[in-house]
Design a protein around this ligand. Sequence first.
Ligand code: MN
Length: 255
Amino acid sequence: MHILVTNDDGINAPGLLALAQEMRNLGKVTVLAPDHNWSASGHVKTMHRPLRVKEIPLADGSLALTTDGAPSDCVALAMMGLLPDKVDIVLSGINPNANIGYDVTYSGTVTAAMEAIICGVPGIAVSVDAPEYHSGYLDNGPSARVACRIAAITMHNQLPKGTLLNVNVPFLTDVQIKGYKITRQGLSVYNDSLVKREDPRGRPYYWIGGDAPTAILEEGTEFSALSEGYVSITPLQLDLTDYPAMKTLSSWVWD
Ligand code: MN
C-alpha cells in the first residue's frame, strides 16, 4: 500500500513527522507537504503561478517532498503524475487543533482530504484537540496511532466512494482515550473581532483577531465525542446541497 502524507502546518510540523512515521507500519509512505503554514487556507487550486517541488530531509533523516503550493495542491500534484507510484490513500495532519463544525471549510487539513476524494482515493484528515494556545511539546503519538488504526480499518472495509473522514482525537494519552465514535458535523460559534490599527505611515490596516471559536455541545457531534474522551470520526462529503431547502425553494413562484 502506498500512503501519501500531507498537512497544512508545513513540512517541518511535528504532527506531520509523527503521522508519517506511524503510517510506515502500514505501507510505503511518501510525504509531500507545503513549505509553510497554510492553516485556515481552505480548499485551494493554484492555477496562476507555477508550483515548485523539492526534496528535503525530515527531522528523522527520511526524505520528503515540499512545495510552495497549498495542501490541496500537494494532493493534486501527487495524483496527477508527480509520483511514479499510484497512491492508495491520503492522510492529512496531524493538525495541532481540532477541526470541528464550520472549521472544515477553512481547514487546509480537511481540504487536503477533500482533494483526495476528488482524485478518487480515500482521504483522512487527522487533528488533535490540543488547547488553542498550547505551547511546548505536544505528544502526537496517541493521535498517530489512532490515525494508523483508522487508515487500516478504512482500507480493509473500503470507504464509500465520495466520502472522506474527518478524525479528531481528544488530547489524552492512549489509555485515557475511551474509544471511537462516529459523529456528525456540529455547529461553531466564531468569536472573531476586527482590529483596526495604523501602520507607521498613518494608513489603516485590519487584522482579524478575537478569541478562538467555540462549538455548541450537541449530542452526536464531534465536539460531544471529544468532550467525553472519544475519538470522533465524521464522514464528510463534497456534495453541499441543502436537500430540504430544494423542496422549500421549489414551492416558491419563480416565474
Ligand atoms: Mn493547521
